[in-house]
Design a protein around this ligand. Structure first.
Ligand code: ATP
Length: 622
C-alpha cells in the first residue's frame, strides 16, 4: 500500500455535512422527481414509445403460436395465414427499429434540459456561496460535484424511468398471459419472485454504500489534481513532484479498491438472477411438458409460454443493471444536494439597501472577528476614515491588516461590533451594491482570460475602446500597456499569467479607476517591480485616490508618507494612529517600524544595482 494519503475521506465529507447543516444519508428520491417535472412531455413520449414496443414484443409469441397451431395443421399448410403472420412479425421488428431512434431522441432531449438546468443551478449556487466556504472546501471536490457526479445522474433520471416501466410492464404482461394459457405455469414461476425481491432489496442497500464510497474517493483524487494544477510552481520549486505523484497514486489506489470492491459486491447479482432464470425455465418445461402429455396444452401454447417465461425473467435480470444505476446515481445525487443545501453565510436581507451613491465614510466600530471560533484575529478594533481621506495601514505580518479589508468588503461578517459605510451597517446593504461602491486592488492580482481590453471592460461593460485607453492614459498606465506585444489586444493568459506582476497591477488600477468607486481598498504588492513601473504605479495610485476614501495596506514608504493618516495594526488592534510627522515625533511603534525600514533601505541602497527598486516596508518590518 502506498504510504501517502490525503486527509481522511470521512473528515472531508463530515466537513461538507457540517457546512450544509444536513446529513448525507437522507432520501433523495423525493428530491430527484421534481427535477424531471419540467421535462415530463419528452419522458411521457419515451414511456408511450416503450409501451408500443412492449406490445410489439408480445405480438411475436402470439403470431408464432398461431402459425404452429393453425398454420401448420396435419390437414395441410395454411399459406395465407403463415404469410400474414410473417408480415406481422416483420412489422414488429420494423416498429422496434423506427421507435428505437425516436425514443433515444426524446430521452436525449429530456437529458439535455434536466442536466443543463441542474448544472446551471449548481454553478449559480457555487457562485453564491461565501468566501469562507471556499477557504474550507477543496476546489476539486466542488468540480467533482458539478461535473462527474452530475453526469452520473443522466442514466438514472432520464433512461431509468422508461426502462424501469418497460421492465415492470413486460413482467406483468407476460405473467398475465402465462396465467391465461395455464395458471400452473405462472404458479411455478411465482416461486422465484419473492427470492428475487428480497435479493434486490439487499443488493440495493449494499450497492448504494459501495457506490457512495466510489464517488467519495473519486472526488478526492480530482481534488488533488486540481490542487496540483493550482500549485504547480510551488511543487516544482520545492522539488515535491515525486511525493505529490505518490500521494495521487495513493488516492487512485483508494479509488480503485473501492471500485473493485463495489463491482465485486454488485457482481453477484447478475449470476444470481441467471440462476433464477434457469430455474424458471426448467419449471416451465416440466409443468408444460406434463400439460402437453396430458393434452391440456397445445404445442403452440407451450412454445408461446417459453417466450413468455423469457419475457417474464429478462426484466428481473435488467433490474440488476437498473438498481446499480440507481445506487450509483443516488450516491452522487446525495453529494450534489449536500452542496446545494449549503447556504451562503452572507446573504442579502429582503430589504437590503441599494444606494446609488455613497459619500465614503468608513467606521469600524468595536469590531471583533476570528476565522475560527475562539481564535480572534481582530479584537475590539475601532477606526474611522473620513470621506476623501487616505489611510495607510501598516503593521507586522499576520496581525490582521488584510482581514480588515475582508470585513469591509463583507467577504466575512464581523463576530462583534459593526462596520459602517456612511453611518449604515454594511450588513444592511445589498452585497452587489456594497461592492460596487468599494474598489479593491489586491496583491495577487488575478485577471480573467482574454485581452487587456477585455479585462478593462469588466469595470465598464458599455465603454468604447477609446474610453478604456483614455482612462489608461489618465492614470499613467498607457506607456506600459501599449508596449505589450499586441498592445491592448494582448492575451493575458490564464489568470493573467502572461503579464508581469507590475503590468497586472497596472491593469487592475485602471480597472478600479474605470469603476469609479467612492471607496478604494488597496493591498500594495510587497514584491519589487522595476523603478519605472514602480513610479507609474505610484502615480496611478495618486490619481486613483483623488477625491476618494482610500484604505491602503501600505508596504512602500512613499505611499505611507503621502497618506493623510497612518494606522499601525498590532494583534488585531489599532496600536497607533496619526500622520507621519506626529507618529515619528511620538517615538512609538511606527517610529520603530520606520527606523527599521530606513535602515534596510539604506543597506539596500548601498547593495542595490542601479535601477533596482527600494525594498517594501513590510519586508523591513518583518
Ligand atoms: N482565510 C483564512 N482562514 C483562516 N485564517 C486566516 C485566513 N486568512 C488569514 N488568516 C489568519 O488571520 C491572521 C491575520 O491575517 P491577515 O491576512 O489579516 O494578516 P496581515 O496583517 O494582512 O498579514 P500580511 O502583512 O502578511 O498580509 C493570520 O494569523 C492568518 O493566519
Amino acid at each position: 500500500m502506498n504510504g501517502f494519503r490525503g486527509d481522511s475521506a470521512l473528515s472531508d465529507i463530515e466537513l461538507e455535512e457540517t457546512l450544509s447543516k444536513r446529513s448525507l444519508n437522507q432520501s433523495v428520491v423525493s428530491r430527484l422527481l421534481p427535477l424531471i417535472a419540467p421535462v415530463w412531455r419528452p419522458i411521457a413520449a419515451v414511456i408511450g414509445i416503450e409501451l408500443v414496443q412492449v406490445l410489439a414484443i408480445f405480438a411475436r409469441p402470439l403470431l408464432i403460436g398461431l402459425v404452429i397451431d393453425r398454420g401448420l395443421r396435419q390437414a395441410g399448410v395454411d399459406a395465407p395465414l403463415i404469410a400474414w403472420a410473417c408480415a406481422g412479425l416483420a412489422a414488429t421488428w420494423g416498429i422496434r427499429f423506427a421507435l428505437g431512434g425516436l425514443s433515444q431522441y426524446c430521452a436525449g432531449l429530456a437529458a439535455i434540459r434536466v442536466l443543463n438546468d441542474l448544472r446551471t443551478r449548481v454553478f449559480a449556487h457555487v457562485q453564491r456561496l461565501s468566501v469562507g466556504y471556499f477557504d474550507r472546501t477543496k476546489a476539486g471536490r466542488i468540480i467533482a460535484r458539478a461535473d462527474r457526479d452530475l453526469d452520473t445522474l443522466e442514466p438514472l433520471l432520464i433512461q431509468g424511468p422508461p426502462e424501469f416501466l418497460s421492465a415492470v410492464l413486460r413482467l406483468c404482461l407476460s405473467g398475465f398471459l402465462l396465467w391465461l394459457i395455464a395458471p400452473a405455469l405462472l404458479a411455478g414461476l411465482a416461486a422465484v419472485v419473492p427470492v428475487l425481491v428480497a435479493a434486490t432489496f439487499l443488493f440495493k442497500r449494499v450497492a448504494q454504500r459501495s457506490w457512495a464510497s466510489v464517488a467519495e474517493n473519486r472526488s478526492r483524487f480530482t481534488a488533488h489534481l486540481v490542487e496540483t494544477v493550482a500549485a504547480v510552481r510551488l511543487i516544482k520549486q520545492s522539488g515535491r513532484d515525486r511525493e505529490n505523484l505518490a500521494k495521487y497514486q495513493g488516492l487512485l489506489e483508494d479509488f480503485n479498491s473501492s471500485l473493485i470492491f463495489g463491482s465485486v459486491r454488485s457482481g453477484w447479482f447478475a449470476p444470481f438472477t441467471g440462476l433464477l432464470t434457469t430455474a424458471g425455465l426448467a419449471l416451465t418445461l416440466v409443468v408444460g411438458g406434463r400439460g402437453l402429455a396430458l393434452g391440456t396444452l397445445t404445442l403452440g401454447e407451450l412454445t408461446q409460454s417459453l417466450f413468455y417465461v423469457f419475457l417474464f425473467l429478462a426484466p428481473l435480470q435488467e433490474f440488476s443493471d437498473l438498481f446499480e444505476r440507481f445506487a450509483n446515481g443516488t450516491a452522487c445525487a446525495q453529494r450534489i444536494f449536500l452542496l446545494l443545501d449549503t447556504e451562503p453565510e452572507i446573504a442579502d436581507a429582503p430589504d437590503a439597501l441599494i444606494p446609488p451613491l455613497v459619500e465614503g465614510r468608513i467606521e469600524f466600530r468595536d469590531v471583533s472577528f476570528g476565522y475560527r471560533p475562539g481564535q480572534p484575529v481582530i479584537r475590539g478594533l475601532s477606526l474611522t476614515i473620513e470621506p476623501g481621506e487616505v489611510l495607510a495601514i501598516v503593521g507586522p505580518t499576520g496581525h490582521g491588516k488584510s482581514t480588515l479589508v475582508q470585513l469591509l468588503t463583507r467577504f466575512y461578517d464581523v463576530d462583534e461590533g459593526a462596520v459602517l459605510l456612511d453611518g449604515q451597517d454594511i450588513r444592511s446593504f445589498a452585497e452587489r451594491s456594497l461592492r460596487s461602491h468599494i474598489g479593491v486592488v489586491l496583491q495577487d492580482n488575478v485577471l480573467f482570460g482574454g485581452t487587456v481590453l477585455d479585462n478593462l471592460r469588466l469595470a465598464r461593460p458599455d465603454a468604447s475602446d477609446e474610453h478604456l485607453v483614455t482612462a489608461s492614459e489618465h492614470i499613467g498606465a498607457h506607456d506600459v500597456l501599449s508596449a505589450l506585444p499586441h498592445g491592448y489586444a494582448t492575451q493575458v493568459g490564464p489568470l493573467g499569467s502572461q503579464l508581469s506582476q507590475g503590468q497586472r497591477q497596472l491593469v487592475c488600477l485602471v480597472r478600479a479607476y474605470l469603476a469609479d468607486p467612492s471607496v478604494l481598498v488597496l493591498d500594495e504588492a510587497t514584491s519589487a517591480v522595476d523603478v519605472s513601473t514602480e513610479r507609474r504605479i505610484q502615480q496611478a495610485l495618486r490619481v486613483l485616490c483623488e477625491g476618494r476614501t482610500a484604505l491602503i495596506i501600505a508596504h512602500r514608504l512613499e505611499t505611507i508618507r503621502s497618506a493623510h493618516r497612518i494606522a499601525v495594526i498590532e494583534n488585531g488592534q489599532v496600536a497607533e494612529i496619526g500622520n507621519h510627522a506626529a507618529l515619528i515625533a511620538r517615538g512609538g511603534h511606527y517610529a520603530a517600524l520606520h527606523a527599521s525600514y530606513e535602515q534596510a533601505a539604506g543597506l539596500d541602497r548601498t547593495n542595490a544595482a542601479p535601477g533596482e527598486p527600494l525594498p517594501a516596508i513590510a519586508n523591513a518590518a518583518s
